[in-house]
Design a protein around this ligand. Structure first.
Ligand SMILES: NC(=O)c1ccc[n+]([C@@H]2O[C@H](COP(=O)([O-])OP(=O)(O)OC[C@H]3O[C@@H](n4cnc5c(N)ncnc54)[C@H](OP(=O)(O)O)[C@@H]3O)[C@@H](O)[C@H]2O)c1
Length: 244
């Protein structure tokens, strides 16, 4: 049997990078995709995978990346993130566009392009990393919560549409994970990003990667539909127990 192959989007940092390492350790050949190719090359060298220059907001970039891949058993839709924390009244349309393009349309583009190969594999798995923001609304977060809700509904719709086909679908909805996520959200403001994790023990990228590794190592008849995972210090999207 030829080597099973995984594609991880947003693998240049955080959850995607940790997931690529986890899947490589399970014996997958991993295609790591993102825009920062220098980081991807270092990771690919380390895990014996393949770096793929990929911008999920670009149709041409997705097409070129997909054409370079022959076989796909696992797709991890992980590329995404948030921009800003604004009320609806003060929302920035460019930030909304970034969040919808990356999280929602990016997931749609990549999934649509790889679906025939996932079906052809005979036992495909699509893991989509949404968020607790896909399940609840919070103040000042509408650009992100609406995008993550839409991404979640897209993924859950596919679960029904692919019924009878050899493809499993798992949504992972994490709470706070300490990655570059908040640095991106706050436009490189490290102090503001650090405050998000102050006084709590957040999840780390490897926590999510290990869960994805559990998903991909279940037997073919087992479909984990949705996994919500939060730090012990977090009860809901905006509700934390912070130590002084
Ligand atoms: N951290 C959290 O608290 C948390 C909680 C729940 C859900 N999530 C979700 O988890 C996923 C991973 O985030 P993370 O926490 O690991 O944050 P991160 O460290 O900022 O990683 C985000 C990844 O997405 C990639 N990306 C962004 N725009 C892209 C584009 N247009 N095309 C391709 N790749 C793109 C980035 O790579 P490049 O910049 O190199 O392209 C990077 O590799 C996201 O979907 C995020 O919404 C995070």
């Amino acid at each position: 049997m030829s080597t099973r192959t995984a594609v991880v989007t947003g693998a240049s940092s955080g959850i995607g990078e940790a997931t690529a390492r986890e899947l490589a350790a399970q014996g997958f050949h991993v295609y790591v995709g993102a825009r920062r190719v220098d980081r991807l090359r270092r990771l690919a060298d380390e895990i014996g995978g393949t770096a793929l220059e990929l911008d999920v907001t670009s149709e041409d970039s997705v097409r070129a990346a997909v054409d370079a891949i022959e076989r796909v058993d696992v797709l991890v839709n992980n590329a995404g993130g948030a921009k800003g924390m604004a009320t609806v009244a003060e929302s920035d349309l460019d930030d909304w566009r970034w969040m919808w393009e990356t999280n929602v349309l990016g997931t749609l583009r990549v999934t649509k392009a790889l679906l025939p190969k996932l079906i052809d594999s005979g036992d495909g798995i699509i893991v989509t990393v949404t968020s607790v923001a896909a399940l609840t609304a919070y103040d000042n977060g509408s650009g992100y919560t609406t995008a993550k809700h839409a991404q979640g509904v897209l993924h859950r719709t596919l679960r029904g549409e692919l019924l009878g086909k050899p493809v499993r679908l798992t949504e992972i909805a994490p709470g706070a994970v300490e990655t570059e996520f908040s640095l991106v959200r706050f436009d490189g403001d490290q102090e503001r990003a650090d405050k998000v994790y102050e006084g709590i023990d957040p999840l780390v990228a490897a926590d999510i990667a290990e869960i994805i590794g559990f998903v991909t190592s279940r037997p073919s008849h087992v479909n984990l539909d949705q996994i919500i995972v939060k730090p012990r210090d977090q009860a809901d999207a905006g509700r934390f127990a912070r130590r002084a």
